[in-house]
Ligand binder design. Sequence first.
Ligand SMILES: Cc1ncc(C[n+]2csc(CCOP(=O)(O)OP(=O)(O)O)c2C)c(N)n1
Length: 357
Amino acid sequence: MLSAPARTELGVALLRTMIRIRVLEEGIEKHFLAGDIPGFAHLSIGQEAVAAGVCANLRADDAIASTHRGHGHTLAKGTSMRAMVAELFARATGVCRGKGGSMHIADFSVGMLGANGVVAGGFGLVAGAALSAVQRKTDQVAVCFFGDGATNRGPFHENLNLCAIWNLPAIFVLENNRYASTTSTAETMKIADVSIRAAGYGIPATIVDGFDAFAVYDALAAATARARSGGGPTFVECKTFRARGHYIGDPERYRRKGEADDVMQSDDPIVRMQAGLGDALSPDAFERLWNDARDEFADAVAFARNSPAPERDEAFFGVFSGDRDPADPVHRIEARERDALVPFAPQVGSGSQGSGH
Ligand SMILES: Cc1ncc(C[n+]2csc(CCOP(=O)(O)OP(=O)(O)O)c2C)c(N)n1
């Protein structure tokens, strides 16, 4: 049990992370609409308490796998704002050298195994990381973030079963934000609490208020302690909400106008934490957290703007494990040789046996 001052310190740290995520997400929205960010971007405004509360329990060598809505998880796990924003701007200085973008950011240096454009794509990565931790006899844990929609897919069921029977140090963090794309959970499931699915695999589950970063933190503290001591997997369902559309630009025809405003009015996780800290956090200190985050984001945007786009050869790097860095002179010679090759072109009317596929 933490002392009152330590609890306050933790609350401020969680608040700082949530504010950094909020500033990042609002900044992404602005820069996406201005055309600075290519591709798609899915925001997690409203869900910040989950990323903050989970990652505050993790070590740099613990693993996470994220979703298409993963900016907050990545930042909370420790990726720098500069490397994050440069990646979103598709610059060579980005955490994936500008090739991952919003939906495919990975940062192995902080144990972030990847955001995932494939819904439910993270389960196998987490089961693998957790199995690897057991085999190497470390006390690392692996956390899978996923949405309610992902639990309707096969990889969820297969990997929960494997993690359960092998007693792996995996933690399943469901961000139940009430929607999967344009469908509400109520339309796609006959259950109110998705976490009851964990019981089918013998995995204990808890349900927490996903707007309350302390509640998420406490649930993860128990789950990580259990996993590190060989107790096996835990499932944590965080009841949360996404305050924006499924993606930036979503016309949101599938929900009542004003629904998001109503939820944020009563449950904004940042406001809730500030209120929870009461007099322990002065209005000035609260304002400073926002200003620091805005300065950090502005610095990251300037860094991204001043960074080059990836070079053409970069497209061939990282395709296979053990690839050489394009900055490596040997690789450059190989690339020139490859470019000198005559491209393959089918010989029309050359008498070959059929066209095939
Ligand atoms: C395998 C697969 N099927 C469908 C899609 C299209 N798709 C992208 S996001 C999404 C909804 C995911 O919902 P959920 O898992 O609840 O996450 P949330 O968007 O709510 O964070 C769908 C169906 C996809 N990306 N991958």
